[in-house]
Ligand binder design. Structure first.
Ligand code: GTP
Ligand code: MG
Length: 197
């Protein structure tokens, strides 16, 4: 898919404040600092459409970007950020889960996972929750450039094996680097294929 236009629409602190759900929507979710905002910028060929930071917890609202005037790409706050207070973390969780369960035009969630890490409980539990709630999702490994190819392949295989302990089938998996602009085109192909709202 060629990106002709990508514009920031709004930041929302509640799912009810999100733009009218008239066009298909795809959302990026994952732990704080995993690279959600960076990958959005890389895919949109835009340096700072979505705000990024080395400090986790940068994105605290639901951010909608309108792409090619016919679909939304949504940047969500990270989950599991340990340094915010427990009550604030609960608020984030509520914001995210309410958004996911109520957003009628949400076609797919992309769950971002840092390719350097072994499978983390919080991500596995989040995907379980998606399964229980019938929320379609794909996995997007990020920061591929931070590992040597052999190590990256190995980690993906470990992740798949872990998933197959609880899932009968694997979700779609994308392997990306925002830094090196790798893998975004495959995600856009998926959007193109499913964007017939
Ligand atoms: P929150 O908004 O806090 O939830 O974080 P986020 O998931 O949006 O992460 P963000 O895109 O802000 O990136 C976090 C840090 O990781 C930044 O310092 C980025 O430069 C870095 N980063 C993101 N993607 C990549 C990548 O593909 N490669 C490398 N080397 N660094 C990356
Ligand atoms: Mg962010």
């Amino acid at each position: 898919m060629q990106i002709k236009t990508a514009i920031f629409v709004k930041s929302s602190g509640k799912w009810q404040e999100c733009p009218e759900p008239e066009i298909p929507e795809y959302a990026f979710i994952g732990r704080s600092n995993v690279g959600k905002s960076s990958l959005i910028n890389a895919m949109m060929n835009h340096k700072d459409l979505a705000k990024t930071s080395q400090t986790p917890g940068k994105t605290q609202l639901i951010n909608h970007f309108l792409v090619n005037e016919n679909w939304y790409l949504t940047d969500l706050p990270g989950y599991g950020y340990a340094k915010v207070s427990k009550s604030l973390r609960k608020d984030f969780e509520k914001l995210i889960t309410n958004y996911i369960l109520n957003r009628k035009n949400l076609v797919n969630l992309f769950v971002l996972i840092d390719i350097r890490h072994t499978p983390q409980k919080i991500d596995l539990e989040f995907m379980e929750w998606c399964g229980e709630n019938g929320v379609p999702f794909s996995i997007v490994f990020t920061k591929l450039d931070k590992l040597k190819p052999g190590a990256a392949d190995r980690n993906v295989e470990i992740y798949k094996a872990k998933l197959l302990e609880t899932w009968e089938e694997l979700p779609d998996i994308y392997i990306t680097s925002a830094e090196k602009k790798v893998g975004g085109e495959e995600i856009l192909k998926f959007v193109e294929k499913t964007n017939d709202y």
